[in-house]
Design a protein around this ligand. Structure first.
Ligand code: NDP
Ligand code: 8X3
Length: 257
């Protein structure tokens, strides 16, 4: 039931966190993997480890999802044996800052919108036509609880994830009548490099986000993604919100202090 034997899966943001964990569970399930992110050395090190552990086929692609031309050309130039992508995990994303909207850094806003919204759109627009043509495909968008509930200082990040939610719904509606599925996997607090990136490398501040509670791990999220993509063809897991037991809403969290 959980086999992806021989299926080609492309994961964006595979160099860290949830994307890297998806790569590992997919490799274990027998998928052929296209790993993409900006940090090529990270991808290659992950690829070496997955090849050693699972003897899987891998293709690493250094890619900035914000660069539309590069997205289009990189996918157009995939070796023919890597062309028939069946699973796309739109995971690349980030938050920057936790400022009040009226005090926010506009460069932070642009980076989030360009990556989380426009980057996801560029990748989707480039790869989904092939899925429709082949009558086979599954897109998993990594949204967030932040796309369902806004929290103080979350403003633009939450808006990008609300956009991802709308895009998942829109794509699902537009693909109706084809066998191509769309799932949205929307986690709460997951301990990855996410907060370190949000706070521009301030690791001490990043650690406080997960202090006094048991957050989700990237592996927890990857297992849900694997569940979505291994259902029978007539079943679409449309939207999953998964949170730590210690988290009720974006702001209501149980911490032991
Ligand atoms: P990480 O920071 O650990 O991973 C983010 C990944 O995105 C990295 O692989 C990074 O690779 C990639 N990425 C960022 N910008 C770009 C870009 N311009 N082009 C290509 N790749 C890019 O964080 P997470 O694993 O936590 O985040 C993954 C997704 O999960 C994001 O969409 C995030 O919003 C979402 N999410 C995270 C939650 C959390 O609490 N951690 C909760 C809910 C959702 P590189 O830097 O090498 O390009
Ligand atoms: C990440 C979860 O609540 O930190 O999307 O924004 S949260």
């Amino acid at each position: 039931m959980n086999s992806l034997q021989g299926q080609i899966a492309l994961i964006t943001g595979a160099s860290s966190g949830i994307g890297a964990a998806c790569a590992r569970v997919f490799a274990q399930a027998g998928a052929k993997l296209i790993l993409t992110a900006r940090r090529q050395e990270r991808l290659e090190s992950l690829a070496r480890s997955l090849m050693q552990d699972f003897n899987c086929q891998l293709y690493c692609l250094a890619l900035d999802v914000r660069d539309r031309t590069s997205v289009e050309q990189s996918f157009a130039n995939l070796p023919p044996e890597w062309n028939a992508i069946e699973i796309l995990v739109n995971n690349a994303g980030l938050s920057r800052g936790l400022d009040k909207l009226h005090e926010g850094d506009i460069l932070d806003w642009e980076e989030m919108i360009d990556t989380n919204v426009k980057g996801l759109l560029y990748v989707t627009r480039t790869l989904v036509p092939g899925m429709v043509q082949r009558q086979r495909g599954h897109i998993v968008n990594i949204g967030s609880i932040a796309g369902h509930q806004t929290y103080p200082g979350g403003n633009v990040y939450c808006a990008t994830k609300a956009a991802v939610k709308a895009l998942s719904e829109g794509l699902k509606q537009d693909l109706l009548g084809t066998p191509v599925r769309v799932s949205s996997v929307d986690p709460g607090l997951v301990e990855t490099e996410f907060s370190e990136v949000r706070f521009h490398g301030d690791t001490e501040r990043a650690k406080t986000v997960y202090q006094g509670l048991t957050p989700l791990t990237a592996q927890d999220v990857a297992e849900v993604v694997l569940f979505c993509v291994t259902r029978p063809a007539h079943v679409n897991i449309s939207d999953v919100i998964l949170v730590p037991t210690d988290q009720a809403t974006t702001t209501l969290v149980h911490r032991i202090t």
